[in-house]
Design a protein around this ligand. Structure first.
Ligand code: HEC
Length: 130
């Protein structure tokens, strides 16, 4: 390998590594989103209702995660400190509203839940994590 080819290779590896760090931290624009919905008992109760209806089948009744199958990988725990796609309220909102690229095993819910309803779910998950 000549040296120019080698430095191109090193640069490509560095870009790939940075890319996966960015993925792990989630979308920085989403991370900066402020949660506009106060975590009132009403918000948390509404979030719980949506969670039971749309999310519990995969992420589990207690949001501690669920086992996958031939079609879909394990669904992650949503009440621990480990977040694959960012831990800010805005990242969690983004994962729920827009789904998780590139595979979208976690589909977008924007056609079923309004933005406020997604924030209610974020507030519910935060209340479970406390
Ligand atoms: C069909 C199963 C399924 C359903 C239903 C589902 N999810 Fe997911 N969810 C997944 C899978 C699988 C992942 C992991 C995706 C990945 O990392 O590529 C995921 C990832 C997530 C993440 C990102 C977690 C992290 O560590 O960053 C959040 C947040 C999330 N789901 C919340 C929800 C909520 C809230 C609902 C209901 C509105 C929901 N999910 C419905 C399967 C599901």
């Amino acid at each position: 390998m000549n040296s120019r080819l080698f430095s191109t290779f090193v640069a490509a590896v560095a870009v790939a590594a940075l890319g996966s760090i960015a993925m792990a931290q989630g979308n920085p624009e989403a991370a900066a989103l402020e949660n506009p919905v106060a975590a009132t008992p009403e918000s948390i109760a509404a979030g719980q209702a949506s969670y039971k209806q749309y999310c519990a089948s995969c992420h589990g009744a207690t949001a501690e995660g669920g086992v996958g199958n031939d079609l879909i990988p394990d669904s992650p725990n949503l009440i621990d400190a480990e977040w694959d796609h960012g831990s800010a309220d805005g990242n969690i909102f983004d994962s729920i509203k827009n789904g998780v690229p590139p595979n979208f095993d976690m589909i977008p819910w924007s056609n079923r839940l309004s933005d406020d309803e997604v924030w209610n779910v974020v507030n519910y998950l935060r209340s479970l994590a406390e």
